[in-house]
Design a protein. Structure first.
Length: 278
C-alpha cells in the first residue's frame, strides 16, 4: 500500500513538474501568437519593410554583379515627407544588398553610417545603431554570411519598430523603396549580360501584384502627391511589361524596366512631394 501511494505521489509530482516546465513555453507560444496576430492586423508580412531574403536570392542568381556600373552615390533626402523618407530608407537598404552581394568590405562602414543617419529621420535610430558596428566588424573579417544575417536583423528591427508604432503604411513604403532599387539593380545586371533565363528572374508576379494593389490603398492626400502619382504609373507600366510574357522578355523589355525603376528611384531621392497634383 505504501509503495502504491508513493508511486501515485511520484506521478502527481512529475505531472506538476511538467506543467511548471510547460508554462514558459506556453507563454512564448501565446506571445508569438499575439505578435503574429498584430502583424496580420497591420498587414505586415513577408513583403514588408523590406523583403531582404528575396532580393538577396534574386541577386545571387545574377552573379557576378558589375558593381561599378550599378552603384550610386548616397543622396540625403532633405525637406521631404516622412513617407518619402521611408521610400528612400528602403532604397538605401537595397544599396546595402548590392554592397554585401558584391562583398565590398570597404563600403560597409559607410553603409552603416548612412543607415543610422536615415534611421534617425524615421525615429528608429536605436534599432539600427545596435547593428552598425557588427556589420563593419563582420565585413572586415570577410564573414559575408554573417553580414547578410546582420543586415537581415537590421531590417527585422526596423519592421518591429513599425509594428510597435502601428505604422503599417511606413512598413509597406520602406518595402516598396527597397524593391524599386533592387529591381533597378537586377535589371541593370541582366542588361549587361542578357539571356532569356536571366531576364525571367525579374518577373516576380506576387510582388508585382502586391505592390500594385498596395499603391491603390494609399489615402487620397498621399496618393495625389506628384511623387506617388509617378510611382503608381511607373509600377503599373513595369508590371504590364514584365507580366505580359515573362518567359520571352527581350533586351528592350529589360531596358524599359530598368529605366522606369531608375527614374522612380531618382524621383524618390529628389522629388518635392509637398503639393498634390492639380
Amino acid at each position: 500500500m505504501r509503495m502504491c501511494l508513493s508511486s501515485i505521489a511520484k506521478s502527481k509530482f512529475l505531472l506538476l513538474l511538467a506543467g511548471v516546465v510547460a508554462l514558459p513555453c506556453a507563454a512564448q507560444v501565446q506571445e508569438k501568437s499575439d505578435r503574429d496576430y498584430e502583424r496580420e492586423e497591420l498587414g505586415v508580412n513577408s513583403y514588408t519593410a523590406p523583403s531582404i531574403a528575396r532580393i538577396f536570392q534574386q541577386l545571387d542568381k545574377l552573379k557576378p554583379l558589375p558593381f561599378d556600373e550599378l552603384k550610386r552615390e548616397p543622396a540625403a533626402v532633405t525637406h521631404a515627407s516622412r513617407e518619402q523618407l521611408g521610400l528612400a530608407f528602403g532604397g538605401l537598404i537595397a544599396d546595402g544588398f548590392l554592397i554585401v552581394t558584391a562583398e565590398k568590405n570597404d563600403l560597409v562602414d559607410d553603409l552603416g553610417r548612412s543607415l543610422i543617419k536615415e534611421a534617425k529621420s524615421l525615429g528608429v535610430a536605436e534599432r539600427v545603431i545596435r547593428h552598425s558596428k557588427s556589420l563593419t566588424e563582420l565585413a572586415r573579417r570577410g564573414d559575408w554570411t554573417a553580414v547578410r544575417q546582420e543586415l537581415t536583423a537590421t531590417q527585422t528591427d526596423v519592421e518591429e519598430a513599425m509594428i510597435e508604432l502601428r505604422d503599417q503604411k511606413m512598413a509597406h513604403l520602406i518595402s516598396l523603396g527597397g524593391w524599386l532599387r533592387g529591381l533597378e539593380i537586377s535589371a541593370g545586371t541582366v542588361m549587361m549580360e542578357f539571356s532569356p533565363a536571366r531576364a525571367k528572374v525579374l518577373s516576380q508576379p506576387d510582388l508585382l501584384d502586391y505592390f500594385s494593389e498596395e499603391l491603390k490603398t494609399l489615402p487620397p492626400e498621399l496618393s495625389q502627391l506628384p511623387l506617388f502619382t509617378k510611382i503608381r504609373m511607373g509600377v503599373k507600366a513595369i508590371r504590364s511589361r514584365l507580366m505580359t510574357n515573362p518567359s520571352s522578355l527581350t533586351v528592350a523589355d529589360v531596358r524599359m524596366v530598368h529605366d522606369k525603376a531608375h527614374a522612380l528611384n531618382i524621383a524618390i531621392q529628389q522629388s518635392d512631394d509637398s503639393k498634390p497634383e492639380p
